[in-house]
Design a protein around this ligand. Structure first.
Ligand SMILES: C[S@@+](CC[C@H](N)C(=O)[O-])C[C@H]1O[C@@H](n2cnc3c(N)ncnc32)[C@H](O)[C@@H]1O
Length: 899
């Protein structure tokens, strides 16, 4: 992003959510026959068989729509997670406190209470993720802002909604198929284990009958058993011999949990009849001002924290013996009723039970432990040892990660560099190859315990997931700052070169221990400060997150007058953090956390290190390009796109990339090129331009922007013409000088800092190309969440085809600078589909008229060249248009295929 125009450039964080939401609350029935704009594409002018290519495209993307226009709708607000990420100043803190009603604890700003009223827990918003500690994107800004530890402010985030995460995650993880690892020779686990894992994940989704509103994603239908009369009833198949039956009364906050044995999956009679249920009274001291909770939990932990660490003292009133009174004589059932050995229990000062599951990142057992603990304790909050930047761990499923690991070949290297640019691409590849290396060696992907926690947490009524870890970049900055220049160099060397095969013994160790702890233990001798930064400081942060989660759960239960049993919290953390967390729990103050949340100013040594690291990565990338990009006869024109997103959660792509529901093959170069020598200018019969006038004038714009072509074919990699050929424009990248602006209630907008001539190419609207079903799925979620919509539906008619070809482009998460352009009913840009070497169109924006510098750039989301009045009903989703032009049609255009 060009940063020169600072006055107007705004960070994504400044979005006004209320305003955004209000735009979406206008009901569709208010829609007063708004008009829409359409461009019909009826001509295929490429000598290559574009028509059949288009049919191919159509068969993949087309839905049964009848209309025949280029129709555009831009739509989605970023998930709240992304759009509300803020760096908290004192003023912000007090604002958030007053909004959240918590004037005591400024760090509570990270927790936003679920939407419930005081009477009914059934109104709890079950789909909520709270992010405790978040960070702003720009570490540079951050270090300027936080010049010393003393004046540093903590980063704190506002809630995000689980739906956002659902969206991100489920977009990558509909694990209907089992993982195919048979082809990989390196996997240490047999394919069947992974099959079991995936099936297990699917099976573990609660099957629900009755009025459980939240469990709508019912799977494993055939495992539903009839429930006791009048009760909502759910069951989870834990393994072949046991069913956990969860009798859920929607009027109660936390369901009771009976463990019922089965024979071959058939329910046997309950071994815990109601009158025999253990009824344990919680003896935990609570603050006098608060009402106590009456404990009635029928679960047991097998050991206390003392067993793990001599240093740790845990609450005297720990009820680890909770089940001692159970008169259950079946040892198998008794064992199953116990929480796993890896679980330690803490009790907050409010009497909230905090169950800490100590996990290893590559362990199936850990995943099972997490699942069992969540099922048995039915927590209100699950705190995971992740931060926002590590949400990818949840986003990518086992299958995706394993496939990435298997498919990391030269083609991938090449396309990644092409897609993300040299530095970002090289870094991404480094990350990918490191994870791929580990994943290949271990036969499973890291983070399964967090994915399991997420999935199980979703199934618990009212449960929220908290990201409890310190932002990774804060940790990395602090770690780097703590090392001397020499130590830094050694560390990078160590990380880059430490890539040998992992022995069977090491594999086992990884499965039993937190890999990070293991590595740090090994390196502590050489890099003593790392242990402090990576382990102790994070113990402190995690303990604080758990404190907040417990306090949050307690106050929520109190406001719901649920005093019968203490609410529970589950923490899923690396096993090496248990001792430290237990030591700090309920002892961490806000100022302690502030101290470890700050980023010390960069020393000269750090700066030198960072610069040389960037250079070496760039060097590696260049070397990679040199090695892998074939130096054939093809004329490659490099795209120049130096823009980037300010929101670190967005990925920048200068060109369209394949998303879900679209075959990658569509992106493979397909068109043959022209045979022109030199430039394909006026008077030259070019296979791409054919008998038309050239599409572009030589300065870089549309020759006739009053009558723009329906579609454009540019010369490309397979053409014989020169790189400077006049028929290559959009492939060279966006116009210089584009910058983000604050567009008021419309959110972010875009302008150009220099004048634009009529016809000038401004930029592409690039993002993920997704299938129709995926587009509808994403749109539905966005709409439900009241988020902005970025999905652009392009309708094209080819030749005599009856139905249009639909292409959906979504830059919501991965996109280019074009995603910030707002709609206007009297726009200054127009949109034309341009194809280069593949059938996938590029949505290209050109100036409709001369545009003076700093004017907001807009295009008509309904596509087209000239505004057309009279949009038929259904071509708006009711979002009010704020373009303020005299010919405003009052509503944003909308492609009905999304609705
Ligand atoms: C493609 S995005 C444009 C960038 C967006 N303003 C942002 O902040 O990222 C489309 C969304 O922006 C908002 N928007 C764009 N043009 C608008 C307009 N004329 N009136 C109201 N909202 C508009 C709507 O929320 C729409 O869903």
């Amino acid at each position: 992003m060009d940063k020169a125009d600072e006055s107007n450039v705004i960070p994504v964080t400044s979005l006004d959510d209320e305003q955004q939401t209000s735009q979406h609350t206008i009901k569709a029935e208010n829609c007063n026959s708004p008009s829409y704009l359409a461009v019909e594409s009826t001509e295929v002018v490429n000598a290559n068989d574009a028509y059949s290519s288009a049919l191919q495209l159509e068969s993949s993307l087309n839905e049964s729509a009848n209309d025949s226009y280029v129709q555009v709708e831009g739509l989605l607000k970023l998930p709240q997670l992304e759009s509300t990420r803020i760096s908290i100043t004192d003023a912000d803190l007090s604002k958030v406190q007053s909004e959240s009603g918590d004037s005591q604890n400024p760090l509570n700003a990270g927790f936003v209470k679920p939407n419930y009223d005081n009477q009914s827990s059934s109104k709890l918003d079950p789909n909520e993720i709270s992010v405790f500690i978040e960070s702003d994107s720009d570490a540079g800004q951050l270090s300027q802002q936080l010049e010393s530890e003393d004046n540093a402010q903590p980063y704190s985030g506002i809630d995000s909604n689980m739906e956002c995460l659902n969206k991100s995650i489920s977009s990558a993880s509909e694990t209907e198929e089992s993982i195919d690892v048979a082809e990989s020779t390196n996997h240490n686990l047999p394919a069947s284990s992974l099959d079991v894992l995936v099936e297990d994940l699917n099976d573990s989704v609660l099957s629900v009958s009755g009025n459980q509103e939240l469990n709508q994603h019912v799977e494993a239908e055939d495992s539903i058993l009839p429930g006791p009369e009048g009760d909502s009833f759910a069951e989870v198949l834990m393994d072949s011999s046991i069913v956990l039956q969860l009798n859920q009364d929607p009027t109660k906050g936390v369901p009771e949990c009976n463990v019922l044995p089965t024979e071959n999956g058939v329910l046997k009679e309950s071994v815990l009849p109601e009158d025999k249920e253990p009824n344990i009274v919680n003896e935990v001291a609570v603050s006098k001002s608060q009402e106590p909770f009456n404990a009635e939990k029928s679960i047991s932990v097998n050991h206390t924290v003392e067993e793990q660490s001599d240093n740790v003292k845990i609450d005297d009133h720990d009820d680890a013996h909770l089940n001692d009174e159970t008169t259950n004589s079946d040892p198998e059932v008794e064992q199953l009723m116990k929480l796993p050995d890896t679980v330690s229990q803490l009790t907050s000062k409010d009497g909230v039970k905090v169950y800490l599951v100590g996990t290893a990142h590559f362990s199936l057992e850990s995943q099972e432990d997490v699942a069992k603990t969540i099922l048995m304790t039915r927590p209100r909050v699950v705190v995971v040892e992740l931060c926002v930047s590590r949400l990818n761990i949840l986003r990518y499923d086992e299958k995706t990660i394993l496939e990435e690991a298997k498919n990391l070949n030269m083609d991938k290297v090449r396309s990644t560099i092409k897609q993300y640019g040299a530095v970002q691409g090289a870094l991404y590849l480094l990350f990918l190859s490191t994870s791929a290396h580990l994943t290949r060696q271990l036969g499973m992907a890291p983070g399964g315990e967090f994915r399991r926690a997420y999935h199980e947490g979703r199934n618990v009524q009212g449960c929220r997931i908290h990201l409890g870890d310190r932002p990774i970049h804060v940790t990395l900055h602090r770690a780097l700052a703590a090392l001397s220049l020499w130590q830094k160099a050694k560390l990078v060397w160590h990380l880059l070169l430490n890539r040998g095969p992992i022995s069977a013994e090491e594999v086992e160790r990884c499965k039993q221990k937190d890999l990070l702890e293991e590595m740090l233990e090994e390196m502590t001798g050489e890099f003593p400060p790392l242990s402090r930064v990576f382990v102790q400081e994070r113990d402190l942060c995690l303990a604080h997150s758990l404190q907040l989660a417990a306090a949050d759960a307690a106050s929520e239960a109190r406001s719901n007058s649920q005093l019968n049993e203490p609410p529970t919290v589950v923490g899923v953390v690396g096993i090496g953090h248990i001792a430290g967390i237990s030591r700090y729990f309920e002892k961490v103050s806000e100022s302690d956390v502030r101290k470890v949340m700050s980023i010390p100013p960069q020393t000269m040594a750090s700066r030198i290190f960072v610069v040389s690291f960037k250079f070496s990565v760039l060097g590696l990338a260049c070397y990679g390009c040199y090695k892998v990009i074939p130096k054939a006869m093809e004329v490659e024109v490099e795209i120049r796109d130096d823009y980037e997103h300010e929101d670190v959660d967005l990925l920048y792509t200068p060109v369209n990339i394949p998303g879900r529901g679209v075959d990658d093959v569509m992106f493979v170069e397909q068109f043959e090129g022209c045979a022109c020598s030199g430039s394909c200018g006026v008077g030259v019969y070019c296979g791409c331009v054919r008998n038309r006038m050239p599409f572009y004038y030589s300065g870089g714009g549309l020759t006739d922007s009053d009558n723009p072509p329906d579609l454009i074919y540019e010369c490309h990699v397979h053409c014989q013409c020169e790189a400077e050929c006049s028929n290559r424009l959009v492939q060279k990248g966006p116009h210089a000088g584009l910058a983000l602006i604050d567009a008021g209630a419309k959110g972010i907008g875009l302008h150009c800092k220099v004048d634009l001539l009529k016809g000038a190419f401004v930029c592409e609207y690039a993002g993920e190309v997704i299938g129709a079903e995926e587009a509808r799925r994403r749109y539905a979620i966005q709409k439900k969440m009241g988020h902005r919509n970025y999905i652009f539906a392009l309708r094209e008619h080819f030749g005599k085809a009856n139905s249009p070809t639909l292409t959906y482009i979504d830059p919501s998460y991965i996109g280019n600078i074009g995603r910030y352009i707002n709609h206007s009913c009297d726009p200054n840009l127009l949109i034309v589909p341009v194809r280069t070497d593949t059938v996938i169109p590029k949505l290209c924006l050109f100036a409709r008229r001369d545009i003076s510098a700093l004017t907001e750039l807009t295009f008509d989301y309904g596509g087209g060249v000239e505004p057309i009045q009279g949009v038929p009903d259904g071509w708006s989703d009711g979002t009010a248009c704020l373009c303020m032009t005299s010919i405003c049609r009052h509503f944003l255009p909308f492609d009905y295929s999304l609705g």
